[in-house]
Design a protein around this ligand. Structure first.
Ligand SMILES: Nc1ncnc2c1ncn2[C@@H]1O[C@H](COP(=O)(O)OP(=O)(O)OP(=O)(O)O)[C@@H](O)[C@H]1O
Ligand SMILES: [Mg+2]
Length: 260
């Protein structure tokens, strides 16, 4: 797997503050955030509503500049990776183009960068990866919520992103579908070796998916603690019934409450 620079972390967030300024009082959203994410690591962010999780993802995606500090991807400024369009984003709403078929939604990022050759092959491979082989010709309205989110994941992977940033991607799905998508995502992660930074409100989701869970304080968000998820891999859903899983969930819960 290619590293931006030898030995550098996939994502480095260093001494980052973010203050929103605009009309009215400035809003300090993040304060003194430091986080390193290794190549191919799966890290989740969890914290109370409004603590700055989405803001932190926007900083990593270079959709917003930090007020203080720096964000590096593969040892280089995040802006460079954004210009190369090698940052994959998946949001709670899949934001597909309703007038485009599944295939054309997935090839869209390649069209934007002007890559003509091999578009369909790339999209076909990714649709197979997310379990949507045979659905290429349907329109988004003909898919279930889980399937639409799979399309969004395939689309985010088309540009072979250096990092995959996911902001509550399964938050709008029912619990059974979410559980299934979690297992699918682990499979996709294992097959692609992508570095994933994942925002969630669900303790179980964070513990099940992650190598590490970063727990944020209320706004302005700081990283209160980072919990190592020591569960063996590959993980199957049954692991959620284990004592070790409950203990880790509890550890995250206590950290959220400030008593961890
Ligand atoms: N564009 C903006 N201008 C001003 N304040 C903002 C802006 N975007 C977010 N904020 C504020 O910054 C804080 C952090 O917002 P953010 O969306 O990052 O929180 P979050 O942790 O993702 O919350 P949630 O869990 O509800 O999605 C909030 O208090 C929010 O009101
Ligand atoms: Mg958010």
């Amino acid at each position: 797997m290619a590293l931006g620079r030898a030995g550098s972390q996939a994502i480095s967030i260093r001494g980052v503050d973010l203050v929103y300024t605009g009309q009215g009082e400035p809003v300090p959203a993040l304060s003194q955030v430091d986080l390193e994410v290794a190549e191919s690591e799966f890290v989740s962010l969890i914290g109370p509503s409004g603590c700055g999780k989405s803001t932190l993802l926007r900083l990593v995606a270079d959709l917003l500049p930090p007020t203080r500090g720096a964000v590096l991807i593969g040892g280089r400024p995040a802006s460079e990776t954004r210009r190369e369009r090698r940052i994959g984003l998946v949001f709670q709403e899949p934001a597909l183009m309703p007038w485009r078929r599944v295939m054309a939604n997935v090839t869209l990022p390649l069209e934007i960068v002007g890559q003509r050759s091999g578009q369909r092959e790339v999209a076909k491979r990714l649709l197979r990866l997310v379990g949507l082989e045979g659905f290429e010709r349907l329109y988004p309205a003909q898919l279930s919520g889980g399937m639409r989110q799979r399309v969004a994941i395939a689309r985010a992977l088309t540009a072979d992103p250096v990092v995959l940033l996911m902001d509550e991607p399964f938050g709008a799905l029912d619990e059974i579908t979410r559980d299934r998508m979690n297992t699918e995502l682990l499979k996709i992660w294992q097959e692609t070796g992508k570095t994933i930074l994942f925002v969630t409100h669900s303790l179980a989701e964070a513990v099940y998916l992650s190598d590490r869970v970063a727990v944020l304080t209320p706004r302005p968000g700081r990283i209160r603690t980072v919990i190592n998820i020591t569960l063996p891999r590959p993980r199957q859903p049954e692991i959620k019934q284990s004592e070790e899983f409950f203990a880790l969930e509890n550890q995250v819960l206590r950290a959220l409450g400030g008593t961890g």
